[in-house]
Design a protein around this ligand. Structure first.
Ligand code: HEC
Ligand code: HEC
Ligand code: HEC
Ligand code: HEC
Length: 206
């Protein structure tokens, strides 16, 4: 072999090594294979979202193919159980010492001609919510109430696209429920000022 050929030969060897190095990255047949192989060294280490959920009291919900945890609500609602007062008709309650209960609740939701307290609450069963057809909905599953009219957000939420996951991406999945973010009586989330306050714009608006 002459010099030129040597040079050519070594370049070939060098390139082949380069290519085969690169090839190692692709030695898995699929992404799943690669994940399996790469996670071998983590065997015995369980990856879980449990530590993020911590002591939060949750309930498990099953909606179609989606099974996940949402925060418990009943333990968070100060005026629960409602039947502590609502054990008799509201008309009778009105004359009592409690007559100023819920004065702070004003509906800013759908048009008030189409929605009132009893669209969602049941005066004969105040400890539960009620659907538009009168079916009982547990306070912990109030997302079912919202889903009747907001099916797009409900579908997105089930898949994780609307709302927020509480844990990480590992199981068990836990997500906030609608009323964690939206006040059912006044659900609109107002737009906020940008973080850099523009005093010139404020002057212009005055
Ligand atoms: C401390 C007593 C008390 C508790 C606890 C209480 N309520 Fe009431 N509630 C009242 C009184 C009194 C009224 C009537 C007030 C009025 O009309 O001014 C009322 C009215 C209502 C109404 C309006 C009913 C109508 O026919 O217009 C709804 C809805 C309601 N309550 C829901 C609830 C729910 C849901 C809970 C539990 C999460 C609850 N209340 C817990 C005392 C109470
Ligand atoms: C769109 C449905 C809807 C309507 C309309 C509605 N509520 Fe509620 N209400 C809810 C849901 C859902 C909850 C539970 C919220 C949670 O889990 O924090 C609730 C919670 C409550 C509570 C307990 C929480 C608290 O703040 O004390 C009271 C009392 C109450 N509603 C009274 C009323 C009254 C009075 C009206 C009418 C003025 C009314 N609601 C109208 C859905 C509704
Ligand atoms: C009976 C039907 C009905 C139910 C039940 C209902 N909503 Fe609504 N919601 C409406 C209507 C109608 C509007 C007003 C839509 C508009 O103004 O464009 C509205 C408005 C809203 C908005 C504001 C939308 C905007 O323009 O930014 C939010 C957020 C919302 N609802 C969340 C909820 C949540 C959370 C629940 C359950 C606690 C719920 N809704 C239950 C009918 C309903
Ligand atoms: C982690 C908080 C969070 C949870 C949980 C959540 N939302 Fe929202 N939602 C928001 C925010 C923030 C917006 C406002 C988005 C915007 O203005 O761009 C919004 C907007 C909306 C709107 C107004 C229309 C829109 O899409 O912008 C509706 C209706 C609504 N949510 C319904 C629901 C329902 C129903 C659920 C439960 C199935 C739910 N949300 C759960 C935070 C949440």
């Amino acid at each position: 072999m002459n010099r030129k050929m040597y040079k050519y030969f070594f370049t070939c060897v060098f390139l082949t090594t380069l290519i085969s190095c690169k090839h190692q990255e692709n030695e898995y047949h699929s992404l799943t294979d690669k994940i399996k192989a790469k996670s071998e060294k983590y065997q015995g280490v369980s990856i879980s979202s449990e530590s993020y959920i911590g002591n939060l009291k949750t309930i498990e919900i099953i909606e179609g193919d989606h099974i996940f945890l949402i925060p418990d609500r009943k333990s968070q609602i100060t005026s629960y159980a409602c039947t502590e007062c609502h054990s008799k008709p509201v008309s009778e309650l009105k004359g009592t010492e409690f007559k100023k209960a819920h004065w702070d609740i004003v509906i800013e939701h759908a048009n008030q001609k189409t929605m009132n307290c009893l669209s969602c609450h049941n005066s004969n069963d105040m400890n539960n919510l009620k659907s538009l057809t009168g079916a009982t909905i547990d306070f912990n599953r109030s997302y079912k109430l919202c889903a009747q009219c907001h099916s797009n957000q409900f579908e997105d939420w089930k898949g994780g696209a609307h709302g927020k996951n509480i844990g990480g991406w590992a199981d068990p999945r836990a997500a906030m429920t609608c009323v964690n973010c939206h006040n059912p009586h006044k659900p609109k989330i107002l737009s906020r000022w940008p973080s850099r306050f523009n005093t010139q714009k404020v002057k212009e608006r005055e």
